[in-house]
Design a protein around this ligand. Structure first.
Ligand SMILES: [Mn+2]
Length: 325
């Protein structure tokens, strides 16, 4: 690992004029790791832009420094980016499909480098660092900064802390390593305030959001002899709501006693669904997501579906029921 990180650092020190990106529907780890890395580039006086496929950024993370530098990819004019950057850095995303239209910036004459903790889909260069044992991409960025000469200050620490607690469910999921506790301890020593971040991220719900979460809980159904729990919310329930504010329902779906798989379905547009899958122990939900061209981790994955809701349920249960025979 030390050797790999040194090579990445050599590359970063030498190059300039970067575009940083991450996966579509950027979540806590995705946003945190690009922002942490951008703060490192600031300290090195490097030029960069952060360009995401997302057309709207999740403002709950606006307490992280450089959040205002997140830009949406101009899908109308992809060519306007060409020849304007020397290197593309991809975080928390295993391949082109996951970074959406920003994949148009993966070009033959551009140096690309990926730092990620998902099973790899596209290789960008020999410098790619993929560690599927890592809890989060933010923890990987921590190791890079730690091994550099850059001071790990409270701003960078706040970003990294956010990414780690997001991807580990506040240091509780099975992907949590001893190293994550160590990193969070170091960051707290560095001035990061866990209580402040908890208040912003978890104790900050709108009443309407909580009511919609309640509606989701009321809609819970169980399948496969109780091994699969499904929470669904439909277009009509989702007016004036930020979809990312409902992510807690994915975790509730697998919290049902005796269930092994939890599924949270939301209808983002009529007949168009976003699906989160959670595993409690042994089921690899990334394989289920794979049947719908989605992906992720063994314990937490996601995918999309276009069509009628009953067809979606039938397909999902069709893939899951053989696991519980
Ligand atoms: Mn991640």
């Amino acid at each position: 690992m030390t050797d790999k990180i040194n090579k990445i650092l050599d590359f970063i020190y030498k190059e300039d004029n970067y575009i940083l990106t991450t996966h579509v529907n950027a979540d806590g780890d995705a946003i945190a790791c690009v922002l942490a890395f951008s703060l490192m580039l600031d300290k090195l006086n490097k030029k960069f832009r952060i360009i995401l496929d997302d057309q709207k950024m999740d403002s709950r993370y606006s307490y992280i420094s450089n959040w205002k530098k997140l830009q949406s990819f101009d899908k109308e004019k992809p060519e306007s980016y060409y020849d304007t950057y020397n290197a593309l850095l991809i975080f928390d995303a295993p391949g082109n499909v996951r970074i959406g239209d920003v994949a148009k910036l993966v070009q033959a004459d551009v140096k690309c480098l990926k730092i990620d903790h998902h099973p790899s889909e596209d290789k960008y260069s020999d410098l790619d660092w993929v560690d599927i044992e890592s809890s989060s991409a933010s923890a990987m960025v921590f190791e890079i900064i730690r091994q550099s000469k850059i001071e790990l200050d409270k701003e960078i620490g706040t970003a990294i802390y956010t990414g780690i607690i997001f991807d580990t469910g506040r240091l509780s999921f099975s992907n949590t390593r001893v190293r994550d506790f160590e990193i969070c301890a170091i960051l707290t020593e560095q001035g990061v305030k866990p209580g402040e971040i908890t208040n912003i991220l978890f104790l900050n719900n709108k009443v309407h959001t909580l009511n919609v979460i309640g509606e989701g809980l009321r809609n819970l159904t169980v399948h496969c002899n109780g091994k699969v729990s499904v929470i669904s919310l439909f277009n009509k329930d989702l007016q004036n709501i930020e979809l990312n504010d409902l992510e807690v329902l994915a975790n509730y779906s697998v919290s049902v006693q005796n269930s092994e798989v939890g599924i949270f379905i939301r209808e983002v547009e009529p007949q168009s669904f976003r699906i989160s899958l959670r595993s409690k122990s042994y089921v690899d939900v990334s394989k289920i997501a794979g049947h719908f061209e989605g992906g992720g981790h063994k314990m937490a994955s996601g995918c999309k579906f276009k069509g009628a809701y009953p067809d979606l349920i039938e397909k999902l249960i069709g893939h899951l029921s053989p696991l519980f025979k």
